[in-house]
Design a protein around this ligand. Structure first.
Ligand code: GLN
Length: 194
């Protein structure tokens, strides 16, 4: 199995390390051409969603990434990646570059506040109690009927799945716990080939 990691900006190296620990091959997507390579699933990392969205548009990757995901390729968005995959953004919206509008959620950007929004806690993710690191994180403000909420913290949804799309508002790649990546890899193994 090979996982492609969108490496335009943000915490992509940490995902590479996590996948390496799990014995899974990965490579970086830095330009449009890289999307032509063969891969089984895709990670959109945390970082600055305004920059990631801007670069996706600037590098003409918007339609290609959307088509891949609409075609069934599993995708995992962490934090800024959650915002990038969402249908709508609320909260701290600062620019015009659109999100990919794929997952039926409204992401409240910087929902915990800009400065004081970083914290650590533990909560359940698909039946496992795991460590969660939040860094100027969004939360899921609302979700459509086809979205399954996988984790909540203080009554706010912070992990969710819709068909081939998985998102977390926190950063599992910054902890030692492999549960979320293992869950994503199992989604990737069972996805129909595209
Ligand atoms: N606040 C960032 C944004 O809006 C997300 C932070 C993160 O990915 N850790 O894009």
């Amino acid at each position: 199995m090979t996982v492609a990691i969108l490496a335009l900006q943000g915490a992509f190296v940490e995902h590479q390390h996590m996948l390496g620990r799990l014995g899974v091959q990965s490579f970086e997507i830095r330009q449009r051409q890289d999307l032509l390579k063969s891969f089984d699933s895709l990670i959109i990392p945390g970082g600055e969603s305004t920059t990631i969205r801007k670069l996706i548009c600037e590098f003409s990757m918007y339609d290609d990434i959307r088509e891949r995901i609409l075609g069934g390729t599993p995708v995992f968005g962490t934090c800024a990646g959650l915002i990038t995959l969402s249908k709508e953004i609320s909260g701290d919206v600062t620019d015009a570059d659109p999100p990919l509008k794929l997952m039926d959620i409204t992401a409240c950007r910087n929902g915990y506040g800009r400065q004081l929004g970083s914290f650590f806690c533990r909560s359940d993710f698909v039946g496992k109690n795991i460590p969660m690191t939040f860094i100027r994180a969004p939360f899921i403000e609302s979700a459509g009927p086809n979205v399954e909420i996988l984790s909540t913290v203080d009554g706010k949804a912070v992990a969710a799945r819709q068909r081939n799309m998985l998102v977390t508002a926190f950063h599992p790649e910054l902890t030692d716990d492999t549960a979320v990546h293992e869950y994503f890899l199992s989604m990737s193994r069972t996805a129909p080939q595209t």
